[in-house]
Design a protein around this ligand. Structure first.
Ligand SMILES: N[C@@H](CCC(=O)N[C@@H](CS)C(=O)NCC(=O)O)C(=O)O
Length: 213
């Protein structure tokens, strides 16, 4: 297996896959792609992913972009890691628990990440003259709305989908980045903080943090 990526604590799409691989104790060649240098737009990389984005997993003759699909594939490939409930189990309970897990992966990628990104753009990333305070504020409200949902869920259970899973890996990777980049840490809520402590205390998480700036 090969993973093309760009790993640091502010790149959750690749970071979460290294956590997953560490959880599975799986061997996989990691190939860093120099995004700042434009390596993702070179023909040799576009031949792997015509979208020109990382991460991409190559497993033999199977090439898979999109971090949540890769996360799911790895969790199914390494069931002993236990990060996807009951793979292959067709009972209604297992199917519902897998759907619950996907629900939170989707929440991380389609609610939390886009809201985070727009706040980041309009508070820090864009040139001053291009920043728009109203857009930043509207995005912050969307981010806070998502935090309220997470906070109430995590006040009632230790992990976001019930048991520790790829959903925690996906969501905590986004929160980690938001903590570094958003002014005032809008993810600062007691149950979210306690959950982040639980997740980041795991050996796989510590190992990945040690290898990522
Ligand atoms: N939905 C994709 C997003 C991938 C993505 O946006 N990757 C960024 C790095 S985190 C990238 O490759 N950017 C380079 C570019 O767009 O040129 C996923 O979850 O994998």
């Amino acid at each position: 297996m090969k993973l093309y990526g760009h790993v640091n604590r502010k790149s959750p799409n690749s970071f979460k896959l290294l956590v997953m691989l560490a959880e599975a104790n799986a061997s996989c060649e990691y190939i860093p792609v120099d995004l700042a240098g434009g390596a993702q737009r070179r023909p040799e990389f576009l031949a792997i992913n015509s979208h020109g984005k990382v991460p991409v997993l190559v497993d033999g003759d199977f090439t898979l972009p999109e971090s949540d699909a890769i996360l799911w594939y790895l969790a199914e490939t390494f069931p002993e890691a236990g990060l996807l409930p009951g793979p292959g189990d067709g009972t209604i309970a297992a199917r519902r628990q897998r759907a619950r897990t996907l629900q939170w992966c989707d929440f991380a990628s389609t609610s939390v990440y886009p809201a985070y990104y727009e706040v980041y753009l309009h508070t820090a990333s864009l040139a001053l003259e291009k920043r728009n305070a109203a857009i930043a504020e509207a995005a912050l409200q969307r981010f806070l709305r998502a935090m309220t949902v997470m906070e109430s869920t995590l006040a009632a259970q230790s992990f976001i989908a019930g048991q520790y899973s790829i959903a925690d890996v996906a969501l905590a990777s986004v929160i980690q980045m938001a903590r570094i980049r958003l002014p005032g840490d809008p993810a600062n809520h007691p149950a979210i903080n306690a959950w982040m402590d639980r997740v980041s205390a795991r050996p796989a998480w510590k190992k990945t943090l040690a290898s990522a700036e």
